[in-house]
Design a protein around this ligand. Structure first.
Ligand code: 5GP
Ligand code: MN
Length: 348
């Protein structure tokens, strides 16, 4: 099901991770703050994989934030096993980072990482400074779920229907239902193997994409009504303030999909969605529909991510965030002055 070259190049690192697992008695697994479908699906699948291969290990699956599992992901098999890092007081022999390779994205779990004897990483984000003892970080993988599936294969462990369901959710959400640029052949091959192993695409879709609360849809309408484009229609943005969220009784954690509304604009190559979050901060989601690398802008804003999907958090309100980020987005086009797409004019 997998890319043979990728499997071969990962094998030594998988073996190193295996040695760390075998040497550990207590293991904590954790994904990034504000977890998405890939973070949670990969974490839960890895939990089941480690417990099935090494039943004598004591494995905990942590949530980086002092928060509940996002509503749309509560259906994932094993979600009830997730423990908030702030409620976990162990000093694990091994800490496994899933879907992240930057410790500052661990929030409350960072202190657990610091209390751990060894660290392993399974991820697909472009890594900056390796801080782990063993890891597989492969940005070409569409989702961390692909890497976890490959680790299961490497271990010779069968994929159970529940593991497969978690990993399919990881893959479906990180590829935007196989619509983003990262939806490569490997992603489809792994998805096919997951469905053969018992995952249900319709079930994932039902929970993740067809269970919006009415109030969320009303907030979406506000966000949609505010979409503004500039740079000849190539950049589109919208936002939600704290007042918008309160007026519609929508928790911040439920707003992950709103950037996908912005990216729907015909001709837009870069989409930005901003929302005010507690603590006087603004969280930004950036997406690229062309090959412009918007992770550069995310990093300039103190965040990070992939070339086509990145994010950041800044202090201040929406006005301040827009004032800082819009010129940076415009600068992406500074080199191609005069290349105006024919069918798009500046508009709101
Ligand atoms: P999202 O916009 O959905 O929160 O994130 C898009 C991608 O960028 C995800 O892969 C996410 O892990 C990454 N990302 C989002 N925010 C940050 C951030 O603040 N720092 C880093 N390093 N990556 C981020
Ligand atoms: Mn991911």
């Amino acid at each position: 099901m997998c890319d043979k070259a990728a499997m071969a190049s990962q094998a030594p690192s998988f073996d190193e991770i295996t040695r760390l697992v075998e040497a550990a008695h207590t293991i904590a697994i954790c994904a990034h703050t504000s977890p998405d479908g890939d973070a949670l699906g990969s974490e839960l699948a890895l939990l089941e994989l480690v417990e099935s291969v090494w039943p004598d290990k004591h494995v905990s699956a942590l949530l980086a934030d002092d928060d509940v599992v996002p509503r749309i992901y509560a259906f994932l098999p094993g979600a009830e096993r997730l423990v908030r890092a702030c409620d976990y007081h162990g000093d694990p022999d091994l800490f496994v980072c899933v879907d992240l390779s930057q410790p500052d994205r661990l929030n409350d779990a960072r202190v657990v990482l610091e209390r751990s004897a060894r660290v392993a990483v399974l991820d697909h984000h472009p890594a900056n400074v390796p801080f782990w003892d063993a890891g597989v970080v492969r940005p070409a993988a569409a989702a961390t779920g692909v890497i976890v599936a490959e680790y299961a294969l490497h271990l010779g462990a069968g994929l159970t229907p529940t593991m497969a369901q978690n990993l399919l959710c990881a893959l479906v959400t990180d590829t935007g239902r196989f619509q983003y640029q990262n939806a490569n052949g490997e992603a489809f091959r792994v998805a096919s193997a997951l469905v053969d192993a018992g995952a249900s695409p319709s079930d994932v879709s039902l929970h993740v994409y067809q269970s919006d609360r009415l109030s969320y849809l009303h907030l979406s309408a506000t966000v949609m009504g505010r979409i503004t484009t500039f740079e000849h229609g190539r950049i589109a943005y919208s936002y939600a303030t704290t007042a918008d969220l309160e007026a519609n009784a929508v928790p911040v954690a439920e707003c992950d999909g709103l950037v996908d509304i912005v990216r729907r604009v015909d001709g837009c190559e870069v989409a930005l969605f901003l929302k005010e979050v507690p603590g006087g901060k603004v969280r930004g989601n950036l997406r690229a529909k062309s090959d412009r690398d918007i992770s550069v802008v995310a990093r300039e804003m103190g965040g990070g991510g992939h070339p086509a999907a990145a994010g950041f958090t800044v202090e201040g309100d929406i006005d301040h965030a827009l004032a800082v980020v819009l010129p940076k987005l415009r600068a992406l086009y500074a080199c191609d002055e005069g290349t105006v797409p024919s069918s798009h004019s500046e508009r709101r």
